[in-house]
Design a protein around this ligand. Structure first.
Ligand code: ADP
Ligand code: MG
Length: 242
């Protein structure tokens, strides 16, 4: 069963037509890698899925329900569809532990002790349980990004969106974040990952989606996409990043 269905999605920023009719469906447990040149609409697309951006035409169905339906609570939606950004966006004035426990307490009404217990388990899972009482600025970029992942997971999301989660990291920290993402993928999380980490795509993606100019130009399983891209724009893109 499809967890997310995207039907003829169009978005304009003012006069600028940024998404030009995207259609897709994402199955439960599926891992998508979305790639394409800068400015092709990748961030805009995934931000529409948890309503960080509005759109003017088409629909997004999540778990059988249109996300614009009046009965959909936007905070619940964002809890179920977690997102991790390029810039980690942690709350700088809160400890790591508080960063992870805040939303479950506020949105899910989880009691503090339970939220902390879950948070410590998640921090352990992403390899930084010993950093729980530090502030974000005391952590490396790779550690901060793993906190951001733990924070999203604390809401027990059904889907995780990643928007170039390793692009702001020093090279030696990229793998520690990718490894956490690979584990998640292997554990069956449904994931849409905007990334140019093609090793990651090869290892865990079920499908690579190539966007250009606000459209999905091509999509294929990774081995097929890398070996035999069909469109010139995809060929050029691969030549530039590989
Ligand atoms: P990508 O993530 O693929 O680099 P984006 O989705 O960020 O692409 O942006 C797609 C296009 O939309 C770009 O041309 C960008 O300049 C434009 N854009 C992005 N955000 C805004 C905004 N808030 N207002 C106007 N234009 C925007
Ligand atoms: Mg982007």
């Amino acid at each position: 069963m499809s967890m997310i269905e995207i039907k003829n999605l169009h978005k304009w920023y003012g006069d600028f037509h940024v998404l030009k009719g995207i259609n897709d469906h994402v199955d439960t447990g599926e891992v998508l890698v979305i790639c394409g040149p800068s400015g092709s609409g990748k961030s805009t697309f995934i931000r529409c899925i948890n309503r960080l951006e509005d759109y003017q035409k088409g629909s997004i169905i999540f778990d059988g329900k249109d996300i614009l339906d009046k009965s959909v609570n936007i905070n619940e939606l964002r809890a179920e569809i977690g997102i991790v950004f390029q810039q980690f966006n942690l709350y700088p004035h809160l400890t790591v532990l508080k960063n992870v426990t805040l939303a479950p307490q506020k949105v899910r009404n989880t009691p503090r002790e339970e939220a902390e217990e879950t948070a410590l388990k998640l921090l352990d899972r992403v390899g930084i349980h010993d950093q729980a009482h530090k502030y974000p600025a005391e952590l490396s970029g790779g550690q901060q990004q793993r906190v951001a992942i733990a924070r999203a997971l604390a809401m027990k999301p059904k889907v995780m969106l990643f928007d170039e989660p390793t692009s702001a990291l020093d090279p030696e920290m990229i793998n520690e974040v990718l490894n956490v993402m690979k584990d998640l993928a292997r554990e069956g999380m449904t994931m849409l990952c905007v990334t140019h980490e093609m090793g990651f795509a090869r290892e865990v993606a079920d499908r690579v989606v190539f966007m250009d100019g606000g459209e999905v130009i091509e999509q294929a399983p990774p081995e097929e996409f890398f070996k035999n891209p069909q469109h010139d724009r995809a060929k050029l893109f691969l030549k530039e990043i590989l």
